[in-house]
Design a protein around this ligand. Structure first.
Ligand SMILES: [Zn+2]
Ligand SMILES: [Zn+2]
Length: 158
């Protein structure tokens, strides 16, 4: 007769139920807009003048943040000085509390990829606490987060 030991291993539950993701973080209209921004990985229009580049011609990305694209140095310079990019340009992976980010390349929890989250703060080196639904947070490596809307540019804050 073999004795059965009680399971001492806690059941692993997914950290983020997918139905919860993004719940209560943004109004539907804002969420829609941010999701659209988060899917914009390849840019075809200048972020300053809106000019659309000809097929095959590439826009120049801001080398520091790689988030803004311009058709010319003049446009880059204008957006830096007058467009306010100087105030919101940061190196990638340098997040701030309140930034809207999108999760990406998460192999263990693929259901999280593409989800909008809000940065809460730095937990340890390169690990950030992110809110994925109202009152619910988790920590993710900086590599798994891409900035969508810096806190300075958020339109949904009072
Ligand atoms: Zn331009
Ligand atoms: Zn920049």
């Amino acid at each position: 007769m073999v004795e059965i030991e009680a399971l001492s291993v806690p059941l692993l539950r997914p950290q983020v139920p997918s139905s919860d993701s993004g719940k209560g973080l943004f109004s539907p209209a804002v969420k829609e807009r941010y999701l659209k921004l988060s899917r914009k990985t390849k840019t075809s229009a200048c972020d300053c003048c809106g000019a659309v580049t000809a097929e095959g011609k590439k826009l120049q990305m801001c080398s520091k943040c790689r988030r803004k694209a311009y058709c010319s140095v003049a446009c880059q310079s204008q957006d830096w000085k007058e467009g306010g990019h100087k105030g919101s340009c940061r190196p990638r992976k340098d997040f701030r509390k309140g930034d809207v980010v999108v999760a990406q390349s998460i192999k263990s929890k693929p259901e999280l990829n593409g989800q909008l989250m809000v940065v809460m703060g730095l937990v340890s080196e390169n690990r950030w606490l992110v809110m994925y639904a109202k009152g619910k947070s988790m920590s993710l490596h900086a590599d798994k987060l891409r900035l969508v809307v810096p806190v300075e540019e958020r339109e949904d804050r009072e």
